[in-house]
Design a protein around this ligand. Structure first.
Ligand SMILES: Nc1ncnc2c1ncn2[C@@H]1O[C@H](COP(=O)(O)OP(=O)(O)OP(=O)(O)O)[C@@H](O)[C@H]1O
Length: 306
């Protein structure tokens, strides 16, 4: 199993530090979401991993080896960075055949990845006639060609229609279940929450978080419970006896912060409070992410003022 190891990675463009002493490891067998605001350094990190840029300091390796040291890199690492990378005048099939030949991959892999990405029926069309979503699928097909243990995808849902988005979600889950190391950058929080097990979050080139998706959400967003009752006074009294409160949701319901649904259900039942609605409100990745980036912005502002 091949992990991705980023060690003290730094990249400066003139006086601008795009990646700043970054250290993290991406483990096999799970999908890791790679998040961060615009300009946080995600693409730069991916480029450094793929040897498309040279680090100012530090290393970025796959199972301890740099990308440039793999004689047939497509067999080791599959990557989608730029969906526009294929020659427009070639057919998708020819594009993949050239890639396969240069990595000594059997031609049957071309047909397999065309099937896997749903491009088989259009494989003999020139790439210039492809929509953005089709190009994206072709980039993913190229990434999977060498059956690599590591897959890096930069914004893979870009341009995909709803069916494509469901497909990519399933694909990422399958790749991880097969034991591969899967790193996926995205700006779409709902999307990331639907496929990621783990998160690595960057801010201004630095590591802000490296933890499981659920833990990331739970540490930043408190769960709450939505309750509707025909007897608010009884609900308030029962909650108060347990040190809880209910805030008016504004639509006839109440929100109990810092609470779990089973706790409120039991408590209402014991107190004989009639319930018309009871629902858990778990935090979302978007809320947790915005909380983290807001904290980060506040911290930066304070430091700049100091
Ligand atoms: N070739 C380059 N020359 C100069 N500066 C660069 C270069 N590439 C990136 N940068 C700068 O490095 C910083 C990080 O950029 P990067 O593209 O890695 O961020 P990102 O997290 O991928 O952002 P986005 O979410 O917008 O894609 C930015 O400030 C960017 O302007």
């Amino acid at each position: 199993m091949t992990s991705i190891d980023v060690q003290d990675l730094t990249k400066e463009y003139g006086s601008r530090r795009a990646v700043d002493h970054l250290t993290f490891r991406v483990e096999p067998g799970r999908v890791t979401g790679f998040l961060g605001p615009n300009g946080a350094g995600k693409s730069t990190t991916l480029r450094l991993l793929l040897g498309l840029d040279r680090p100012t300091n530090g290393t970025a390796t796959f199972g301890g080896r740099a990308y440039a040291d793999f004689p047939e890199p497509l067999r080791a690492v599959g990557a989608l960075l730029d969906a526009g990378a294929a020659h427009g005048s070639r057919t998708a099939r020819d594009h993949l055949r050239v890639l396969a030949a240069s990595n000594r991959l059997p031609e049957r892999r071309v047909d397999e990845v065309l099937e896997e990405t749903g491009l088989a029926p259009v494989a003999r069309r020139r790439v210039r006639t492809y929509s953005l979503g089709m190009r994206q699928r072709l980039g993913i097909a190229a990434a999977l060609l060498g059956d690599p243990p590591v897959v890096l995808l930069d914004e893979p849902s870009n341009g995909l229609d709803p069916e494509g988005i469901v497909w990519i979600r399933g694909l990422l889950r399958r790749l991880a279940a097969q034991g591969r190391t899967v790193l996926v950058s995205s700006h779409l929080m709902n999307e990331t929450a639907s496929f990621a097990d783990h998160l690595v979050v960057l801010g201004r080139g630095r590591l802000l978080a490296d933890l499981p998706l659920r833990a990331f959400i739970d540490t930043r967003v408190q769960p709450s419970v939505r309750v509707r009752t025909s007897d608010p006074a009884a609900l308030h009294a029962a909650l108060a006896r347990h040190g809880l409160r209910a805030d008016d949701s504004g639509d006839g319901a109440w929100t109990v912060p810092h609470a779990r649904v089973d706790e409120i259900g039991r408590l209402a039942s014991e107190a004989g409070v009639p319930l018309l609605e009871l629902a858990a409100r778990e935090g979302t990745l978007e809320e947790a992410y915005l909380d983290l980036t807001a904290t980060e912005a506040e911290f930066t502002a304070q430091h700049q003022e100091a």
